[in-house]
Design a protein around this ligand. Sequence first.
Ligand SMILES: Nc1nc2c(c(=O)[nH]1)N[C@H]1C(S)=C(S)[C@@H](COP(=O)(O)O)O[C@H]1N2
Ligand SMILES: [Mo]
Length: 327
Amino acid sequence: MLIRQDNGFHHPVASDITPPQVYAQRRGFLQQLATTGLLATAGGAWGQSAVPRPGKLAALNSTVANFAGAQATDNITPYKNASTYNNFYEFGTDKADPAENAHTLKTRPWSVDIEGMVKKPGVLNLEDLLKLSPMEERIYRLRCVEGWSMVIPWVGYSLSELIKKVEPLGSAKFVEFVTLADPKTMPYVGSRVLSWPYIEGLRMDEAMHPLTLLTFGMYGEVLPNQNGAPVRVTVPWKYGFKSGKSIVKIRFTDKQPLTAWNKAAANEYGFYSNVNPNVDHPRWSQATERRIGEGGLFAKKIKTLMFNGYEPQVGQLYAGMDLAKNF
Ligand SMILES: Nc1nc2c(c(=O)[nH]1)N[C@H]1C(S)=C(S)[C@@H](COP(=O)(O)O)O[C@H]1N2
Ligand SMILES: [Mo]
């Protein structure tokens, strides 16, 4: 059993930003995972922007070892930045809004509906989802379409583990993610910035790719509400908006899902939205990015990598496709 180590460094944890009773409840949850051996994370001085130690991570378990090449070795974004600079429009459009407003999100009880072209549709409650497969820590770059990025140690397991269990039909070609739209707890649901619920989607092979992470935690803790608690996806080679937060439904379909951002501006936000420095957004270049937490607004821009640096792992999914057309 591997649990997060306390090595004496302090970083702001969920207890600093959530009411103590909520935190205690979550912390208990994570500890429960740890004691049952379901949580395997490396832990460490994440808030110190430490360079991760791939050797140590690789020792965790064989699956992580398989993904050693995919673990980002860039500096990890301080927890403070990753949990206070967010896009979660249900809680406001300013980057600081989600951290301020998302305390109203009620993450228990929670369940995810499995629907559509699948042999085993039904309702999976969060407790079942947490136990479905061992948790791993994956350090991924997250590149927002707006031109900034972070490096975050997520906790979760490959979405493919869940998909295999529910047995999609051969006719299913896409997976649609429907996220919570609760006007009582989400102040901007009802505003006209986007159409709600926030919907995202992946092609079946993208959803089955082992890098696609069903995510329950970050920095060795459960997800803060503003980062998409209690469950989200993380698709590291795509622009951040493909990674839907606070998921309540996963639907298998033969039609390409109509996603929230595609509905809002189809010429700007395509279905694929793979990170691609060679295909500009109609209103700005995508060639470079600014790493949040490193030098503020005047931080030197760094070059954006093809598929966000995950080309060796995912490039073959798009072999023969015109990526300028399928942006
Ligand atoms: N439900 C929902 N999911 C969402 C969004 C949103 O507004 N609503 N924003 C997306 C965008 S644009 C990005 S960049 C990432 C940000 O994730 P983070 O705040 O955990 O870094 O979440 C994505 N998931
Ligand atoms: Mo984004």
